[in-house]
Design a protein around this ligand. Sequence first.
Ligand code: ATP
Ligand code: MG
Length: 264
Amino acid sequence: MIEIKNIYKSFGNLEVLKDISLSIEKGEIVAIVGPSGAGKTTLLQIAGTLEKPDRGSVLFNGIELIGMKDKKLSAFRNKNMGFVFQFHQLLPEFTAQENVALPALIAGTSKKKAMNKAAELLTQLGLGERMNHKPAAMSGGERQRTAIARALINDPEIIFADEPTGSLDSANRHEIQDIFVDLRDRFGQTVVMVTHDSSLAAIADRIIEMADGKVLPPAIEVEFETVDVSEEESFSIVDPLDAGRYGSENLVGDSIEEVGQSVD
Ligand SMILES: Nc1ncnc2c1ncn2[C@@H]1O[C@H](COP(=O)(O)OP(=O)(O)OP(=O)(O)O)[C@@H](O)[C@H]1O
Ligand SMILES: [Mg+2]
């Protein structure tokens, strides 16, 4: 669905993305993880055409988006892409329903149709009773579900989410996770998300790790079949979310010693 090829991006002297290539297939949830400053948000914004790369190509179902004129690109984005950010970015002066309806109105849908669809989506996301509230009168979880409804209103082919659970407590984080799983399983929704939340990354079909402006090669599972450790002492040495694995001291370290002790 989306193919990103040889993307480079610098801010001044700072090289933030260094030759990134990856592709996203229809119906998959992809999580982009990695340390702060790795370039995750920049990559997501380039994939979502909110930011332009210095070099490289972003193909959407075979259509080159880099170089498309701004007006055409915003219309394309509005129709095909939905965005969810860490801080909901709802407009404070509008109700939840109006906020959700907005991208549909921009796309030229009639007010009646847009408002009906917004109500339908909000109801599906458990906010039927809250749709006339303004963001200030909603909880963090409710606002984020409203932002998801807004991302869905134009039936986008893909949703980009940057730390969608970053400002939520654990109950609300789980609700958002369940929504993404449901969207994929029931509607084949494609989702690309950036997250530091390991339980959210765990629902992904694929995890892409970034560090220092590059995509890391996929982690290889290492198994120690000859070491006899009990169930609770066994471990996987490669945790894709454990940024510490880039440091050799963490790759061996405590875990190996523990195994050593348990078999002594
Ligand atoms: N508009 C900008 N102007 C200058 N520097 C920027 C800009 N946007 C990002 N950067 C820098 O680019 C680097 C990568 O930023 P980015 O936001 O992509 O990181 P990230 O992986 O999303 O980090 P985090 O996990 O903290 O959100 C950082 O060093 C950041 O300071
Ligand atoms: Mg970021």
